[in-house]
Every structure is written in C-alpha cells, then in structure tokens.
Design a protein around this ligand. Sequence first.
Ligand code: UDP
Length: 474
Amino acid sequence: MATKQLHVVMLASPGVSHLLPILLLGHRLVTHHNLHVTVLAVTTTATTPQSLSQLITSFASHLSVIQIPAADISCVVPPDAKVATQLCVMMRETIPSIRTTISAIDSHPHVLVGDIFAYESWAIAEELGIPKYLFVTGTAWFTALFTYSPLLDKQVVGQYVDKKEPLEIPGCTPVRPDEVVDPMLNRDDENYAVYLSQAIGVTLADGMLINTWEDLEPQTLNALRTNEILRSVVKYKPVYTVGPVNKRYEPDGLKGEVVEWLVKQPDRSVIYVSFGSEGTISAEQINELAWGLELSRQRFVWVVRPPNGHVSDGSFFKPGQSDTTRDYLPEGFLTRTQKVGLVVSSWAPQVEILNHTSVAVFLTHCGWNSTLESVTNGVPMIAWPLYAEQKMNAAMLTEELKVAVRPEVLPTKKVVGREEVARMVMNLVEGEEGKVMKIKVDMLKEGAENAIRENGSSYISICKFIEDCWSQIK
Ligand code: UDP
C-alpha cells in the first residue's frame, strides 16, 4: 500500500477565504509530502471576484482544480439569510453535482477533506468507503467554541449577548458574549439553528486539521486533545495542526501600481488598510477613517469599497475600472493626501503589500487569512473586526498575543472616531507601542516558520495525518 500515492480530494465552499487555504494546503501536500491532490472548488458568480480564476490558475501546475457551480438556492433560503446559512444550504444543495464530479475523477480518491461548510459531503466519503477530514481554516479557539456550541446551547438560558460573564469553554480562554461568532448573536433566529446543526455535522469527520500551529495556541490545542468534555464534543477524533497555511510572496517580476508606489516610500512608514475580500463599513465610518488617516499625517495604502448600504450595479470594480471611490471619500481627501497616500478600489495585491519593507502596520478586519499574512510578514496590526469569528481573532491578537491594538468605538455614534484612528496610526507607525509589537510579531513569525519547516510541529502533524489516512484505507 505504502508505495502508492495517496489521492486526497479537497472540497472548498464558495469564497476566496475558503478556497485559498484549501489550495495552499493542497499545494503543500503535493510539494512537501508527495501526495496527489484534486481540489473541488464550489463557486458562485455572485461571490466570485475576477481574481478567483487567476487564483485557481496560479495553482494549476501542482493541483488539479475542478470548479463546480453552486446550486441555485434562491427558492430554498430567504435572500436575507446570513452568509453562513447560505453557504451551508448551498453546499448541501450542490451535493449531487459534487458526487457526480467525484465519481468522474480518473483515479479513485483515498481521502476527502472539506471545509466547515462541506460537512454534508461526509455522506459521499461514506458511500465511497474512504475517510473524511475537516479542515478548519480559522483558529483552534474558534474550533473549540464552534464544536462546543451545541453543549453551550443546553447550558445557557437566554441570549448569549445579554450575559454579563464570559462564556466558558472547557480548558480554553472564555469568550466574551459580544464577541461570539455571528450566528450566535440571536438564538431565536433560524440561522442559529443551522449553525448548531453545522457544529454537530463537522464533528462527524474522522479528524480535524486546523490552520494554526502548536506554539500559537498551546492551551486550546491541549484542551481539544485532553479535556474530557471538549474531547467528547469532537468525538475523540484527532486534531492535527497544519498551519500557517497562508499565501507567501513569490516574486514574479510583475510590478503593479501599488508595489511601484511602495518602493518609493521609506522603510516601515506605511499603514495598509483593508477589510478583506468582502468587508464593508458604513459611509460615516469611511468618512471618519479618511479624516483619521489624514490627521495622522502618515503614509497609507487604503483599499476602499463602497459603503454598506450602497446599491451596487453588480459589477465588481477593479482599480482603474468604473472607479467611483472618490464618491465615498471626504471632499478633497484624494487631493490633500496625494503625496502620502494611495487609494485602491476594491482589491489590492495584499501579500505583496504586506511583504514590502515600507509597510509598518496593517489595519485589518482580522479575517484569519489576512491575520496569518500579517504575522508571517512580521507586520503589527490594528484589529478592526467586522463579522464571522473576526472579533475572537481580534481579542486573541490584542489580549493574548499582543501584536495588535483595537480601537475604541464612540458609544454615541457606534463608529471609530477620526481622533482615535489618528492616535492608533501614529502610535504604531512612530511610537514605542509599535516597536514593542514589532518585536512580538517577529517572534510569532519565527515560530510560524519553524512550525512549517521540515520536522517542525505542523510538518510532523501533516505526516501523522497522512499515516492515519493510510491506516484507514482498506
Ligand atoms: N485579499 C487580497 N486583496 C484584497 C482583499 C483580500 O489579496 O484587496 C486576500 C487576502 O490576502 C486574504 C483573503 O483575500 O488571503 C481574505 O481572507 P480573510 O480570511 O482575511 O478574510 P475574508 O475575506 O474572508 O473576510
């Protein structure tokens, strides 16, 4: 058996932040562990930026990537359902196409790996008689809260957000009630019921791979492996750390507008501002952020999107194309800041930016991919979480790892004021706080590099995963 090549089929739900880590993990399994990997990317036209096809193409030399159009769910869920609910339903409704696609793959798969929205596909693995593994693209702490949620549901009465005390997860750092993941914010909502089924569904896998590493989350990983209550919720299945699985800067000789601009700036002088692949903020918040950046008198690159509530014409606008960015910014902002700032519409080459020596700070929405990209490039952060599990990521970055600061929100206006933005930016770019954080984030960066190098903790964990897969193959 051991002379054969293990064939892993990896299933990604729609969205760059789900597909990207699947592609990256697949790439690592091929290049470092000599496996055969087929990635099934479920995609929708609505959530697919143009860069998605570029992304898939960039992995094509190592992985076979098959795109599967997501099922139309417009008759199944209301259009205002939460994104997480839509993804669960979309993946469930797409199962027949996924099954057909898998059965048409030339070489028989030995293992199925799916993200947290792909749990309905465990049935296909069972039909094929192959093991199935969950790949959590977020933290171990999120994994603990997520899988423990069905028990929490039995213990806690009333809304989580109304609780005064943090929510206890056995063996882990408690989670503040207002920092729970989105579907837990309203327990009366149908989205919460879908979330609980999902939390149970994912644990029916034969094990879980997590995009973290031992030194980053030792306490939580220990709890997932040894705390009797947590072990029971993950059904005594093994937990493998495979991270950081994240995009690295690979010089390709192409220099876009942003990098050309960065080259001209002094070392560690620029703040990069971006809210991920989907994040948007209100018009009022865009205004305060713009004034804050201007008041800070620091250099910046800012990826600006239309404010939430803006009625889009449906076209995903790229730099230079149907650029309406100036409509959302304060009058005269672009002119006044043209010597120190660069505003990019909707999408920027993030990894290239974070890798550049002139970048000092990342103001981020704390999506886990963005967070890892910042850490592995040694860039301290301003944590500005928006949705999903981002508030937990922000709490971990600021309170535990101390590589980020978090803004105070003006209670009366529910926005971060311009003075606060300016204060944080100045402190991190020029002040002592930024220097201390840079030392801490560089230590994390080193830990991350150690984890993934040959015989590092994540490398060994992946080897163990492969060994365990072989042992289950009949
Ligand atoms: N990204 C990018 N350019 C952008 C915005 C996002 O390249 O202008 C990439 C970013 O590098 C990251 C991913 O999109 O790899 C976003 O994933 P993340 O988990 O940070 O957040 P999400 O978009 O899911 O909220």
